[in-house]
Design a protein around this ligand. Structure first.
Ligand code: GLN
Length: 562
């Protein structure tokens, strides 16, 4: 196993995840099999209990792991299926060491950060790196490890020490350290400043790790003398100084790395030249260039709770992007804070209310994504009602599907107080209920999580057709509540059909409204399995409906650019 460790310095938010995934892409393009590990030095066991406001979306894996959104980047870039163990946190490591301590595995010893925590980290990395994630047998050739946070953070110290020991035990030909850093430009002369990078490299070296490569983030390409200076002061050969300057879209980054011969330098360092091919990045080149040249766009209204931070719905945004590109369009996403649509706000914040409604009415389609808690629910119900009544394409994901059920019960079935028991425990019409197997006392990892099967109830529904006429589909879940199975008949008699159910037939997975161009709800999250070049079928259908091309696509799915 060859390891490529990616660390970050100077500031957070440098795009370390995208850099690490892009390095993986270039190595994969050379014919190597690549896996990845993300280390998050925070104390939470996993990302499942963290707020998307603060930390961006919680990504869900096939095995039900609730992980950092960077794992989504890896899955999309490398087209792999990772496991929960590919995301290491301080919480997980301490939990495993403390369990061993209680079992008596260290009997008689003092359990310490060094060597016990560091040993656990090293063992974890070595065993997880061997799990195949690309559908083939046997371990990958290269494991890209991204260390979250910035070098020097107190909580990342045990990881740095463990990685130093790992380097020492596997040897420098099997371990390559790439440090991502920032080169800011200051003053009227616009000089590229290397000092922050020098400092963070010094910090890394003080901890016993010397970077073999620098990946410098900058607005403009690095000047030759900046490179020379970095090489001299940071102890990195000039040929190993990579530059990731601003590019029009992220698919350019693997191309940028290739143009700087990063693959050759990394392969030489890792002694992999003899087994690698020249990188084939044709698909990436096409995608990056196509996207730059797209001129038409489609307006998509995203009505959610967490609209202040785009990362809160990162995978939904990516899935929209994949679907739009397949239709030769750029997505124009209009974020609407659901609460702004609510009637009460017409009086308290009339301008926000008017703007929200204007934006909703201007959109070609409406998406209500997943979420928790009752903030904005009233506004989401209004958005679903608007889409249903005005025949505007609607896609409801998880909470968004539950919203459409609540809206339909209230406004079509006349159950005025219909609700989810998540939002109103005493509702006389609980159309969405707590799932029997859930836990009301423990929040961490107690939802219905991960990949589950949905069976299409008939080949005639829109969803089955979009999923290439298959009989079933496996998608990822993350929810505690579900459509009340006892009320299904009431809905179906009035035209809201549950076209996808789980294997027991009791759990509603996909709904569709008859007599509507596209009104679809999914209890699962189709966004997590969307890939560039292979958009999620429900997202594709949604965008096609928004531009009036769904019918012609369904008649001939292999037509045109699709
Ligand atoms: N809050 C809802 C539930 O727990 C929806 C969850 C979601 O949208 N991910 O069922």
């Amino acid at each position: 196993m060859k390891y490529v460790l990616v660390t970050g310095g100077v500031v957070s938010g440098l795009g370390k995840g995208v850099t690490a995934s892009s390095i993986g892409v270039v190595l994969k393009a050379c014919g190597l099999r690549v896996t990845s590990i993300k280390i998050d030095p925070y104390l939470n066991t996993d990302a499942g209990t963290m707020s998307p406001f603060e930390h961006g979306e919680v990504f869900v894996l096939d095995d039900g792991g609730e992980v950092d959104l960077d794992l989504g980047n890896y899955e999309r870039f490398l087209d792999v299926r990772l496991t929960r163990d590919n995301n290491i946190t301080t919480g997980k490591i301490y939990q495993s060491v403390l369990e061993q301590e209680r079992r008596g595995d260290y009997l008689g010893k003092t359990v310490q950060v060094v060597p016990h925590i560091t040993e656990a980290i090293k063992n974890w990395i070595e065993s997880v790196s061997h799990i195949p994630v690309d559908g083939k047998e046997g371990p990958a050739d290269v494991c890209v490890i991204e260390l979250g946070g910035t070098v020097g953070d107190i909580e990342s110290m045990p990881f740095i020490e463990a990685l130093r020991q790992l380097l020492f035990s596997v040897g420098p030909n099997n371990f390559c350290l790439i440090h991502v850093s920032l080169i800011p430009v200051l003053g009227v002369v616009g000089e590229q400043k290397t000092k922050p990078t020098q400092h963070s490299v010094r910090e890394l070296r003080a901890l016993g790790l010397t970077p073999h490569f620098l990946a410098c983030r900058s607005a403009e390409p690095l000047l030759e003398n900046t490179r020379q200076k970095l090489s001299q002061f940071c102890h990195v050969p000039v040929g190993n100084i990579l530059n990731i300057h601003d590019v029009p879209n992220i698919w350019h980054i693997p191309l940028l790395l290739r143009s700087q011969n990063a693959h050759n330098a990394i392969l030489t360092h890792l002694d992999l030249q003899s087994v690698a091919n020249p990188p084939n990045l044709q698909e990436w080149t096409d995608r990056a260039e196509t996207f730059d040249n797209l001129t038409n766009s489609v307006r998509i209204a995203m009505v959610g709770k967490y609209v202040g931070m785009a990362d809160s719905y990162l995978s939904v945004v990516k899935a929209l992007l994949h679907a739009c590109i397949a239709c030769s369009l750029k997505p124009a996403i209009d974020w609407i804070a659901a609460s702004d649509l609510e009637d009460d706000n017409a009086l308290s914040t009339p301008e926000a209310h008017a703007t929200a409604w204007r934006t909703l009415r201007n959109a070609a389609c409406v998406l209500v994504p997943g979420g928790f808690g009752d903030r904005g629910v009233k506004g989401m119900v209004l958005a679903a009602k608007y889409a249903r009544e005005n025949r505007v394409p609607y896609l409801g994901i998880c909470l968004g599907m539950q919203i459409s059920v609540i809206e339909f019960a209230r406004n079509v079935l006349g159950m005025e107080r219909a609700n989810s028991s998540e939002f109103d425990k005493d509702t006389p019409n609980p159309v969405v209920i707590f799932m029997p197997e859930g836990s009301k006392t423990h929040m961490g990892s107690t939802m219905r999580l991960g990949s589950r099967r949905t069976l299409f109830q008939s080949p005639d529904c829109l969803a089955a057709k979009l999923y290439h006429n298959s009989e079933h589909v496996d998608e990822r879940h993350r929810h505690r509540y579900e459509v009340n199975p006892e009320m299904v008949n009431n809905f179906e008699e009035s035209g809201l059909k549950f076209v996808g159910k789980d294997e027991t037939g009791k759990r509603m997975e996909i709904l569709e409204l008859t007599d509507h161009p596209f009104y679809v709800g999914a209890q699962f999250h189709p966004e997590f399995k969307s890939r560039p070049g292979r958009p999620s079928p429900l997202f594709l259908g949604f965008i096609l409906a928004a531009i009036g091309q769904l019918e012609s696509y369904l008649q001939n799915p292999h037509n045109g650019s699709l």
